[in-house]
Design a protein around this ligand. Structure first.
Ligand SMILES: [Zn+2]
Length: 386
């Protein structure tokens, strides 16, 4: 193990060079052990005590919890958190090798540079300032697995109730602005099975397509009700949304449609827990399609993410606003924040990159973002750990 720490640029280059693509397609999906092993080695060099938590049933994926403390009782502490995985990439559309950090035009190009491997060397740089100083509360650098797909890393942390801390900052790309709210997201499907038959005699079958018509009418009614009931002016789109994204069914004009499937998404506001929304949809859809010749299955395509809201009056929000010079805002993308919040931590999302750069070919982190972000993190650590 290295006794001296690589420079910030060398660290970023090594993190980018360690592939950690998360994908729902198993052919593209990779582990993240290379990334967490690098972070673990650097943080141990700095004097952090490091723990790796392999994900249940997925030993090639792990969370890392690295803690710097001066001993003593730890009922507080600050978490600087980031995910270690990236989305897949379009090789042909990159100007440079996505796994080779390219330093050009005052930018660091590379897959994950902004979303969000770039956050870790910055957090390590900020942490260095505090090594050897007596800390009243621990500083925890946390690296999670699988944020881009299942959020299994964050789920495993909640399951284990780790880490225990009072505050969390997630370094997702927010352009150095503190974020205290985002909507949730769920993707759902409705599958209706009827009975196919010759169209000349409707009694010979049961139309899944006509039942789907009733199901869709119900969805649109529920959407209108939710939009009348819930509103939050802190979001660019101040109401919860529901998008009917795709539909498939039937095969021929002269056959009764035996099967139809609809997929849709919902973006709930804070205060709209996913399990309550799902229970309501389940009840209303089954009531709308109550025909013994028709069966309706409704359920999630994946588990989804809760909405997130941190009270603006929280000390963490106020300190972050002061250090960045920006009022806390909302964003349109989902993060691991609701998981940290559910463990009792005051949580904000605040990072150096830009979301426009995320999930794009030629992803980069502007080098002018690095020092300001180091300063902001140093300010947060000083406030909550010293
Ligand atoms: Zn991200």
């Amino acid at each position: 193990m290295a006794d001296t720490l690589p420079t910030l640029k060398q660290q970023l280059a090594q993190l980018v060079a360690s592939p950690s693509v998360s994908a729902t397609d198993p052919k593209l999906d990779m582990g993240n052990r290379g990334v967490v092993d690098l972070l673990a080695a650097w943080l141990e060099t700095l004097g952090f005590s490091v723990e790796l938590m392999p994900l249940p049933g997925q030993p090639h994926k792990a969370n890392m919890i690295a803690t710097l403390s001066s001993g003593g009782p730890a009922d507080g502490g600050l978490v600087l958190a980031g995910h270690t995985d990236t989305v897949p990439y379009d090789d042909g559309r990159w100007q440079s090798d996505p796994f080779k950090l390219d330093d050009r035009d005052n930018r660091f190009y590379g897959l994950g540079s902004t979303d969000m491997k770039g956050f870790f060397p910055i957090a390590i740089e900020a942490a260095r300032t505090f090594v050897g100083k007596p800390l009243r509360q621990p500083l925890i650098i946390l690296a999670t697995a699988d944020e881009e797909t299942s959020m299994d890393g964050a789920r495993a942390l909640v399951e284990a109730a780790r880490p225990r801390a009072r505050y969390a900052v997630i370094g997702e790309p927010t352009g150095l602005k503190p974020i205290h709210m985002h909507k949730g997201m769920m993707m759902e499907s409705i599958r209706i099975t009827g009975r196919a038959g010759h169209s000349s005699n409707p009694a010979l079958g049961a139309s899944a397509l006509e039942a789907m018509h009733d199901a869709i009418s119900t969805l649109l009614r529920v959407r209108a009700e939710w939009q009348a009931q819930y509103r939050n002016p802190g979001f660019a789109v101040p109401v919860p949304t529901m998008n009917l994204g795709c539909i498939h069914g039937g095969d021929n004009p002269n056959r009764i449609c035996g099967h139809a499937e609809l997929q849709f998404d919902v973006r709930p506001l804070p205060g709209m827990p996913l399990d309550e929304l799902r229970a309501e949809l389940d009840r209303r859809l089954h009531a709308a399609v109550a025909d013994e010749k028709i069966s309706l299955e409704y359920g999630p395509i994946f588990r989804g993410t809760e909405a997130f809201a941190q009270e603006r009056t929280a000390e963490l929000v106020r300190v972050a606003e002061k250090l960045t010079g920006h009022s806390a805002e909302s964003v349109a993308f989902a993060t691991e924040a609701p998981y940290f919040k559910s463990m009792g931590m005051d949580t904000i999302v605040l990072g150096p990159g830009d979301i426009d750069q995320a999930h794009q070919p030629d992803e980069y982190l502007g080098q002018d973002r690095i020092q300001p972000m180091v300063k902001v993190l140093e300010g947060l650590i000083a406030q909550f750990c010293l």
